[in-house]
Design a protein around this ligand. Structure first.
Ligand SMILES: [Zn+2]
Length: 209
């Protein structure tokens, strides 16, 4: 998958000045972070107006490899950059300067320590919901305060969130914004509906096993 800095590099080559690159980065972010397909064409046209070459470069890529709105909902993951390998590369930056055997031994030692620390962390873990998930949920719960859910029957709701409107089906755990389907955690719109039905949020969260 594409990293935003990599795209920025391409944009720098195709743009006339730095301020234009910054605007492009924002515009690219608008397309990349999209979760609703209906806004894709509009945001792409914004990008096209800013830089035709950057638009053409992006347009050639398969949309499901760089835009959340087109991601498969099967893996329950909305990560859109190659962060995992970038983190690992940074992690072994010093070791990479060494000779091959010393490099491998250093990386082995680093990984061993990391596994040990993670094991210790998990030994002290209490509860059924992992800390990162808990943070995401807390954020969604906060955003749910500005969502207004209107029931349509059989678990279907129309949710007003700021200027946007979404259809939510709590029985199939789906929201028109696609965030619920993408990561398996109820989005703010979904949480507003669950509140309306007085369904405890914990029942719909992935739990530690
Ligand atoms: Zn939603």
């Amino acid at each position: 998958m594409l990293s935003i800095d990599f795209v920025l590099g391409i944009c720098t080559k195709t743009s006339r000045c730095i301020s234009n690159v910054r605007t492009l980065k924002i515009s690219y972010g608008l397309v990349l972070d999209l979760v609703v397909k209906s806004q894709f064409a509009r945001n792409m046209s914004l990008l096209k107006d800013l830089d035709e070459k950057a638009f053409q470069w992006l347009d050639k890529m398969a949309q499901n490899t760089w835009c959340r709105a087109y991601f498969s909902t099967f893996p329950k993951c909305d990560v859109l950059v190659n962060n995992s390998c970038e983190v690992f590369n940074r992690y072994i930056l010093d070791a990479r300067e060494l000779l091959i055997l010393s490099m491998l031994q250093t990386i082995k030692g680093q990984l061993m320590t990391r596994h040990y620390n993670k094991q210790k962390e998990m030994d002290n873990f209490v509860g059924t919901i992992y800390p990162k998930i808990r943070k995401k949920v807390a954020k969604n719960v906060e955003f749910a305060n500005i969502c207004y859910a209107l029931p349509a029957g059989k678990g279907v709701f129309q949710v007003q969130s700021r200027d946007c409107q979404y259809i939510v089906d709590i029985c199939s755990k789906e929201c028109e914004c696609r965030r619920w389907q993408l990561i398996g955690i109820p989005c703010s719109n979904g949480i507003a509906c669950l509140r309306h039905e007085r369904i405890p949020l914990n029942l719909l969260l992935p739990v530690a096993t």
